[in-house]
Design a protein around this ligand. Structure first.
Ligand SMILES: [Zn+2]
Length: 223
């Protein structure tokens, strides 16, 4: 898919756990969705309005607290839809009816911009990445030189293996990777570079057994 001149995309770091929040929108209609509203909703909304954008809802990469603790505050400010994969929806306790459960590859639109949610279980049962233009917003599924931990409740390293090998590694090398945390020396990468340098992708490319050992055999930092 070619990048669209109409695509508005902004990355922001928020909170004490180096979370990356994204604004994805239509530069023409001036509407945007927040990926993973958390920690500093006020500054996310201010950043959007400084760019002349109006936030109309949210996309949720997965249910963990550090990615979702601003949902209610976002809904106070803008009563929009909150798109979550159907397998993570039961973990989100929302006091209002704004939750929209989505399936793999079900198109989400903001203005004329089309966003494809990819169901990428492994870190949580309902983790999803968002494909828009030539970008992949990857939540805690794939990091720069890392991947999400699979030892938390609902985590499954074998599911992560299939997510990486059957879904993400099949995407074009020039896809720009936008992860859910600022854990690396730079804020973005490409899938081509990760296929070459990410130890988890390199190991998954050769062996399920080695991947399971690498993923579960040591303790990465909390996220
Ligand atoms: Zn997480």
């Amino acid at each position: 898919m070619q990048p669209s001149p109409q695509l508005y995309l902004r990355q922001m770091e928020v909170g004490p756990m180096e979370n990356f929040v994204y604004l994805i929108g239509d530069a023409k209609s001036r509407e945007a969705l927040v990926v993973d509203p958390a920690w500093q909703v006020d500054s996310i909304l201010k950043a959007a309005s400084a760019d002349g954008m109006r936030v109309t809802g949210a996309l949720i990469s997965h249910h963990h607290y550090d990615h979702t603790n601003g949902i209610e505050e976002l809904l106070d400010a803008t009563d929009g839809k909150v798109y979550v994969n159907k397998h993570d929806a039961p973990f989100l306790k929302l006091a209002r009816p704004n939750l929209v459960k989505v399936d793999h590859d079900e198109e989400i639109r903001v203005g004329e911009i089309r966003i494809r949610p990819l169901h990428t279980p492994g870190h949580t049962p309902g983790s999803q990445c968002f494909s828009v233009g030539n970008h992949l917003v990857s939540g805690d599924t794939l990091f720069i030189k890392g991947c999400g931990r699979c030892d938390l409740p609902g985590g499954d390293p074998e599911e992560m293996y299939y997510t990486l090998t059957q879904k993400l590694m099949r995407m074009d090398d020039d896809t720009i990777l936008l992860p859910g945390h600022n854990y690396a020396e730079k804020p973005q990468s490409t899938l081509g570079e990760e296929k070459r340098e990410n130890p988890f992708l390199k190991t998954a490319a050769t062996s399920l057994r080695d991947f399971l050992h690498l993923r579960m055999g040591r303790r990465p930092p909390q996220n």
